[in-house]
Each structure stands twice: as structure tokens, then as C-alpha cells.
Design a protein. Structure first.
Length: 664
């Protein structure tokens, strides 16, 4: 019996190799048939997406604000939700909850909410969804315009857009000036979502031949109140004229002012008004503790120094009223070495430098940022513990914006306002009217260090610094002189010679406009030609005069804009009345940092290794000696103890000896 007979017999088993091959052939044939069928049936991707979109859109009408707690409760695309989740955004804030649904439904929205309440995502989510819904592609051109008042804010919005929109395929661009127009013009046409500043946008509309917004679907005006405060009303009108009438418009603002409502009337159609904190007891975040101190002008620098020495491990922003103050005091404080890293941010810096400073301050755990109101609105610096308003803000809205740089998104924060005795009554009244809960606290005189002598000696050795001190002096006086609210700002009440001394100057520089004013009859009744008694003139400008002045600059600005002769950033300086004569010298902050690095290098005990010394050189002033750090905790606790218990010791208003001490 051979093998063959056995395999061919009736009970024989089939050859497993042959039957596997047969099965395999049959299976792969079936598989290829199936694949072919699937290919025929498979819909194009766009079509599948279309179906998803129409399902999402059907759910728009069902959005119930009361049921929304997370972004995923909104009918949003997978791409947007993924971007939000990856950026750790899950729960919605009140303004997001109330506006996203309305914006998805295609309505125009005017949204107002406290600072730090999440307005950026409230418009970015609808922006992404709007274009997704239309299956927008790069060939469709410009679909969304987001207008921000400042370059910094535009940059920040652009960064958030990049983060949450990274799973979409749209192209986004940032057009804020600072680069040459031609460079931007070459790229502007391939952008679907454009984040920009008003001045630069209008310049492109006027000068870049291929730039057009005929396909525009959505316009977003962020920080609308600031756009208007900066004198961009005419620019905005001109921009809006260039946009298609059929579009959706979202307008966001932290404060509700008359001018915002005017802009809304001009740019929105039957808008939904969402003012989430309208009925709130306070207009500032509940997690923000707010206090003010009253202090004579010549003491302010020493108060600031003492404050910094007490908060060496904190992150603080100090607001000043002019660039020149920031420039001078930044340099002086670097030399004073309070023991913490100091940075400066103001409108006269080169754009690149502004970005560097912004990023550096964001990165640092403990640092102090000396800033003008450029940093006051919209900028989102994480984990800022303190906002100190060194100079009184122009009005309560500016106060709210400045203070809003801390206590953002449920975090704690503290705000301290320094007021001159002449500013106290008017400003506190305004703040209370605006529902800002501020309490007066006192300075602990034992914690004050007088730095005037040190400033004098710096200035004696450094002519450049002296000139900066003089410019700082003039610039501060001018800023008070130009303030609109004469109830709060009265230049005649400033102790001019003592202020000059406190800056380290031996004599007060001549201020032409002050001299002119002093020549005018002061507090005397003036008799007109027809023998009628006319109101006495005070040393300050009248409201009408200031208004006239501002109108003049706004007009000048818009003419310059139209003729393309203006560089961005200049507009704010003009609007604030800082003349061209005073054009700033070249920035030399790096040079200062380098100098400081070298000084440090000469202290071998604080430079243990090469790498460390290199690290140290990267920052202007960095914990220059260890004693400072050790002292920090005690000082800080003391400051807080005194503050919390409201027993700041000596009342400055009553005890003038302290003031004399500072000006002597
Ligand atoms: N849903 C959210 N979940 C977590 N964090 C959020 C959320 N929304 C916003 N934030 C964070 O809160 C902070 C403030 O947000 P945003 O800058 O949008 O506030 P804003 O209302 O525009 O403030 P301002 O009026 O000062 O410009 C940011 O750091 C942001 O990342």
C-alpha cells in the first residue's frame, strides 16, 4: 500500500497545502471584488464632511445656554474640539458660554465681559467654525479679519489661533507692521484668517493692489474700546467702508462706553448684546484684591523701590503714564539693583524688542515689567501676582484694564494704585461709580527706603542718564497737563521742584508750557471788554482746549495714515500729545543689560561657573546677591501683614515729616 492509494481512497483527507491555496485564491478574489465595490461606493471626503457639517448645523438651533458647561457641549467640529483639548481648554467661561452659540447661529454679537474672562476664545471658536462650515480653502482668499488695537495683542491672538486652530487647514497671517509693506503684500493674498492692527490694514487696503476683502465672511473687532481710545475711529470707518456689507461681525470689549456703542451701530446689524457682568456687584474679577495708597509725588520712586524689595519672588507689572518715565526709571532701577529681574515695555521700542520683552516676561516666574498703557489692555501675561499703577490712570476704564493684567481666569491677584493727594478724591469717586472696590491702605514707613541720594549720584556720573531724567520729568508733567479730567489731574498742584529732586535732578528743567501757563492770570477774575466778569483761568487746560488738542492730533494722524506717511505706533504717541520734536533716541536696552552683565562678572562670589554667568547675562538684573533673596520672605510677609490688617502705621496725609525726608 502505497501513499497514493491511501490519499485517493474514499475516507482519504484532502491535501492541506492544495486546499489552502485554493481557499486563498478564492478569498483574495472576493476581497478585490469587495474593494472595487467599496471604491465605487466611497464618497469624496468633502462630501462626507458636508454631511457632518449639516448635522452640526442642525444642532445650532438646539443650543441651550443653560446646559453648556464644556466646549464639547457645543456642536463643534472635531478639529476645533481637538485643538481646544490639546490646549487644555475644556470648561467654558461665562462669556464663551453666552456668545459662542449666538455666533454659531450667524448672529452679530457685541460681547462685553470683565478683563481676563476669556473673550479671545469666545470669538476664535466661531471664526474657525465659520470657515469650516463653508469648507473654506486657501483659494477662497480672505475669509475672516480680526482687528486688534495693538501689535502685541494681535500677536497674542494669533498665537492662540495657531494653538486652537492647528488641526484645521486654513492659513492664518499676522499683519501688524514692523516689516516692510512689500514683504507683507506678497503674502497677504494667501491668508484666510488675518489678524491685524487697524492702521496697517488700512494701509494695505489703500496701497496693496491685489489685496481685497470681497469674500470676507466675518469681521472681529477685539478690544473695541481701546481701538477707539487710541484714536482709530476714522480708520475704522474707512476700513468698514471697504468691507462687504453681507458679513457677520463680532465686537468684543472689556468696558461698555458710548464710543463702543457708536462703533457697534456702525458695524453690526441687529446685534445680540451680551454683557455677562452687567449685574455683577463689581466690575473687576472677584479674585482681585484692590487697594490704593496716597503718596506725595516726590516719594513715589522710593515707594516703588520699597515695593519691589518687598516682592522679590513675585511677578509684577508697574504702569507709568509715559514712555520716557519707563525709559528713565527702568535704567535707574537696573542700577539700584533691587534684586529682581526688571524689563521694560513701551511704544518707542522696536517691534522685535517688544516681542522679546513680552516673551521674556511670560517665561519668567519672578520679574517686574515697567510698562506704559501699551500693556494695559488685552495682553495675557500668565501668573502675574501684582499690578502697581505708579501713575494715576486716565480714567476708571484704564484702571480696570491695567488691573486686569492680574487675577486672570480664576487666578488670584493684587492691584495697588498710587494716588497723589490731589488725585485721590476724584479718582476714588470714579472707581466706586464704576463698581471697582478699592480700599485705602497705608505705607509702613519703616519699610520705606529713600533712594533719592542714590539717584543724584547716578546722575552726577552719567550725562545720558541725566538727560533721560530731564525728559522723564517733562514727559510726566506734560502727561498730567494733557489729562482730560481736571477734577483728578491738576498740574498746578504738583510740587514741581521737589519732583525734580526726587528724580535725582539738582534743578527742575524748564517746561515751556508751564511757564506760558504761569504767565496767564491765575485765579484772578478777568474783566472782559464789555466789563463782564469772566471765569478765572486755572493753570490747567480747559476740557475744550484738551479736546481741541486731541482732535487736532487725531486729524493729523488720519491725514498721515491716508497718505501712508505714518509709522505704526506713532499714532498713539500723537494721540497722547507727545510731539515729534521729542523723537526717541535709539533703544539701548541690550547695551544696559550687557553693562549689568559685566558688573556682575566683576563679583566673583556670585558667578560660580561659566554657564551660570552666561545665564545671568541674559537678563538685565537677576537676583544679584543671595542676601536679597534671603531677606525677601521676611520683607514680603511684613508688607502683607501690615497691608491685610490695614495698620500701615504712619498716615502720610497727617505726617508730613516723611515727605520732607524724601525731598531734602
Ligand atoms: N475656557 C477656558 N479654560 C481655561 N482657560 C481659559 C479659558 N478661556 C480663557 N482662558 C484663559 O484665561 C486667560 C484670559 O483669557 P483672555 O485673554 O481671552 O481674556 P480677555 O477676556 O480677552 O481679557 P482682556 O479683557 O484683559 O483682554 C488666558 O490665559 C486664557 O488662556
Amino acid at each position: 500500500m502505497g501513499k497514493t492509494s491511501a490519499s485517493q481512497g474514499p475516507g482519504a483527507r484532502p491535501d492541506p497545502v492544495r486546499s489552502f491555496n485554493r481557499w486563498k485564491k478564492k478569498h483574495s478574489h472576493k476581497q478585490s471584488q469587495k474593494n472595487q465595490l467599496r471604491k465605487q461606493l466611497k464618497k469624496p471626503e468633502w462630501q462626507v464632511e458636508r454631511e457632518v457639517i449639516s448635522r452640526l448645523m442642525q444642532n445650532y438651533e438646539k443650543i441651550n445656554v443653560n446646559e453648556i458647561t464644556r466646549f464639547s457641549d457645543f456642536p463643534l467640529s472635531k478639529k476645533t474640539l481637538k485643538g481646544l483639548q490639546e490646549a487644555q481648554y475644556r470648561l467654558v467661561t461665562e462669556i464663551q458660554k453666552q456668545t459662542i452659540g449666538l455666533a454659531l447661529q450667524g448672529k452679530d454679537v457685541l460681547g462685553a465681559a470683565k478683563t481676563g474672562s476669556g473673550k479671545t476664545l469666545a470669538f476664535l471658536v466661531p471664526v474657525l467654525e465659520g470657515l469650516y462650515r463653508l469648507q473654506w480653502t486657501s483659494t477662497d482668499g480672505l475669509g475672516v479679519l480680526i482687528i486688534s488695537p495693538t501689535r502685541e495683542l494681535a500677536y497674542q491672538t494669533f498665537e492662540v489661533l495657531r494653538k486652537v486652530g492647528k488641526n484645521h487647514d486654513f492659513s492664518a497671517g499676522l499683519i501688524i507692521g514692523g516689516k516692510d509693506l512689500k514683504h507683507e503684500a506678497e503674502r497677504i493674498n494667501n491668508i484666510n484668517i488675518l489678524v491685524c492692527t487697524p492702521g496697517r490694514l488700512l494701509q494695505h487696503m489703500d496701497e496693496t493692489i491685489c489685496f481685497h476683502a470681497t469674500n470676507l465672511q466675518m469681521l472681529v473687532l477685539d478690544e473695541a474700546d481701546r481701538i477707539l481710545d487710541m484714536g482709530f475711529a476714522d480708520t475704522m470707518n474707512a476700513i468698514i467702508e471697504n468691507l462687504p456689507k453681507k458679513r457677520q461681525t463680532l465686537l468684543f470689549s472689556a468696558t461698555q462706553t458710548k464710543s463702543v456703542k457708536d462703533l457697534a451701530r456702525l458695524s453690526l446689524k441687529n446685534p445680540e448684546y451680551v454683557w455677562v457682568h452687567e449685574k455683577a456687584k463689581y466690575s473687576t474679577p472677584a479674585t482681585l484684591e484692590q487697594n490704593y495708597i496716597v503718596c506725595e509725588l516726590p516719594q513715589k520712586i522710593s515707594v516703588l523701590y520699597s515695593f519691589l524689595r518687598s516682592h522679590l519672588k513675585k511677578k509684577s507689572i508697574i504702569f507709568f503714564s509715559s514712555c520716557k518715565e519707563v525709559q528713565y526709571l527702568y535704567r535707574v532701577f537696573c542700577r539700584l539693583r533691587p534684586g529682581i529681574s526688571i524689563l521694560a515695555l513701551h511704544g518707542r521700542q522696536q517691534q522685535m524688542r517688544r516681542m522679546e520683552v513680552y516673551n521674556e516676561f511670560v517665561r519668567k516666574k519672578a520679574a517686574v515689567l515697567f510698562a506704559t498703557d501699551l500693556a494695559a489692555r488685552g495682553l495675557d501675561f500668565p501668573a502675574v501676582n501684582w499690578v502697581l499703577q505708579f501713575d494715576c490712570p486716565e480714567d476708571a476704564n484704564t484702571y480696570i484694564h491695567r488691573a486686569g493684567r492680574t487675577a486672570r481666569y480664576k487666578e488670584d491677584g493684587e492691584a495697588l494704585l498710587i494716588l497723589l493727594p490731589s488725585e485721590e478724591k476724584g479718582m476714588v469717586q470714579q472707581l466706586l461709580q464704576k463698581k471697582v472696590p478699592v480700599k485705602e491702605i497705608k505705607i509702613n514707613p519703616e519699610k520705606l527706603t529713600d533712594v533719592q541720594k542714590k539717584l543724584e549720584s547716578f546722575l552726577a556720573q552719567d550725562q545720558d542718564l541725566k538727560e533721560r531724567a530731564q525728559r522723564c520729568f517733562v514727559s510726566y508733567i506734560r502727561s498730567v497737563y494733557l489729562m482730560k479730567d481736571k477734577e483728578v489731574f491738576d498740574v498746578s498742584k504738583l510740587p514741581i521742584p521737589e519732583y525734580a529732586l526726587s528724580l535725582g535732578l539738582a534743578v527742575a528743567p524748564r517746561v515751556r508750557f508751564l511757564q506760558r501757563m504761569q504767565k496767564q492770570p491765575n485765579k484772578e477774575l478777568v474783566v472782559s471788554q464789555d466789563n463782564k466778569v469772566i471765569e478765572p483761568r486755572t493753570l490747567s487746560l480747559t476740557n475744550d482746549e484738551v479736546e481741541e488738542f486731541r482732535a487736532y492730533f487725531n486729524e493729523k494722524m488720519s491725514i498721515l495714515h491716508k497718505s501712508g506717511k505714518i509709522a505704526e505706533g506713532t499714532e498713539y504717541r500723537l494721540a497722547r500729545g507727545i510731539s515729534d520734536e521729542e523723537e526717541e533716541e535709539k533703544e539701548c536696552e541690550e547695551e544696559m543689560e550687557e553693562k549689568l552683565g559685566k558688573t556682575k562678572g566683576s563679583q566673583p562670589q556670585s558667578v560660580p561657573s561659566n554657564t551660570e554667568s552666561q545665564k545671568n547675562r541674559e537678563v538685565p538684573v537677576q537676583f544679584l546677591d543671595r542676601d536679597d533673596d534671603e531677606e525677601d520672605d521676611g520683607l514680603n510677609a511684613d508688607f502683607l501683614k501690615v497691608k491685610r490688617h490695614n495698620v500701615f502705621g504712619l498716615d502720610l496725609k497727617e505726617n508730613k515729616t516723611l515727605q520732607v525726608g524724601f525731598v531734602s
